[in-house]
Ligand binder design. Structure first.
Ligand SMILES: [Zn+2]
Length: 357
């Protein structure tokens, strides 16, 4: 099959978005799109190309003082009567238009057209972002070839509607348990009711005042919430155990260890078991490539409230932010679309930042 990513298409981020959307790449089926991307990167004499599974990367080696990464995932969620793409006025509809082939189009367009970037650039196209962690191409390369990702700054081209979303909050889940003593409900005084004891856990949650933390101008609002509660043995038994599952979203000035210590402190006197934890990412906007990126965008950054793959860059010691043309509210939706104006604006911004002239 002829590669639809022709030089003409690569020169135009709007046409490129459509062409990428029209290559089906639901998670675990990224071979075709990875082949097409790899082929065009290999024709560019200023790039060195590597591949790991269906993750493709290309880099310049111009001896610049700093290196930046532009990264995007190639996969999409399953189609929902929204494939292939269609044009409606200024909008391109289709699976992956927002999340995140319009962002991938930025990276691929820059990779082949900016032969003399101001920073050395690594363009990173990975697979399996939309499914379980263990398949994630960025995670796998970070484990197998961390040197491929070495950089001073990373831009993840996930949908942000043209805003700069910096850093991300961490998240952890923990089970807070109460214990009692079983008894027949008819002789309740012989037992200790563990569900009643959980009232104190809920009281502490209700009284909890979550922090609001400002870092590099980004405001992070924390939250500590009960998300599930489990208890009870039978309709005639005083229960001896109750478990309240809590989710703590924490600002990136706290490490995972500090977040755990905090949760244990809030529930002092109770049994606390951490079941899941992922650290956040500091916005890291004070370094030169990030500062110059903000200047090119010309807008104040906002905090990313969910957890994203920027935290994987943070785990490698690389400050990272999200910047993409798609509307994050439309990601994974049947009417997913992207505005052509946002693609043109974003591509112009990235050119201003990355190209020498
Ligand atoms: Zn995405």
């Amino acid at each position: 099959m002829a590669n639809p990513l022709t030089p003409e298409v690569l020169a135009d981020p709007v046409a490129l978005t459509r062409a990428l959307v029209d290559i089906e790449s639901v998670s675990r089926n990224e071979k075709e799109i990875a082949d097409c991307v790899e082929e065009v990167l290999r024709t560019a004499p200023h790039l060195t190309v590597d591949r790991y599974g269906n993750t493709v990367m290309a880099r310049t080696d111009l001896g610049r003082a700093q290196r930046v990464v532009l990264a995007g995932h190639l996969d999409t969620v399953p189609h929902n009567d929204n494939f292939p793409s269609r044009l409606d006025g200024d909008l391109i509809y289709g699976c992956g238009t927002s999340d995140m082939k319009s962002g991938v189009a930025f990276a691929l367009h820059l990779a082949v057209t900016v032969t003399e970037p101001r920073f050395d650039a690594t363009y990173f196209f990975y697979d399996a972002e939309e499914i379980e962690d263990r398949y994630n191409g960025l995670k796998l390369v970070a484990e197998a070839h961390p040197e491929w990702l070495a950089a001073d700054f990373a831009v993840l081209l996930e949908p942000t509607y043209g805003m700069v979303e910096a850093g991300c909050q961490g998240t952890m889940r923990a089970t807070v348990s109460t214990t009692g003593r079983r008894a027949h409900a008819a002789r309740a005084w012989r037992g200790v009711n563990a569900i009643h004891a959980a009232a104190e856990v809920l009281d502490r949650l209700r009284a909890y005042e979550a922090r609001t933390v400002t870092i590099d101008g980004c405001v992070y609002r924390e939250g500590l919430n009960a998300v599930r509660i489990n208890g009870g043995v039978a309709g005639n038994v005083v229960p001896d155990r109750c478990e309240v599952e809590v989710n703590y979203r924490f600002a990136p000035d706290r490490s995972e260890e500090e977040a755990q210590a905090h949760v244990r402190e809030v529930f002092e006197g109770f049994e606390v078991e951490v079941t899941d934890s992922a650290g956040g990412a500091l916005p890291g906007l004070t370094q030169a490539p990030a500062r110059e990126f903000l200047a090119a965008v010309g807008e104040e950054p906002v905090a990313k409230l969910g957890w994203t793959d920027v935290a994987r860059f943070a785990g490698l010691g690389i400050p990272a932010l999200n910047f993409g043309p798609g509307d994050p509210n439309l990601a994974h939706a049947p009417d997913e679309h992207v505005e052509i104006g946002k693609i043109r604006d974003g591509a112009a911004t990235l050119h201003r930042w990355l190209a020498l002239s």
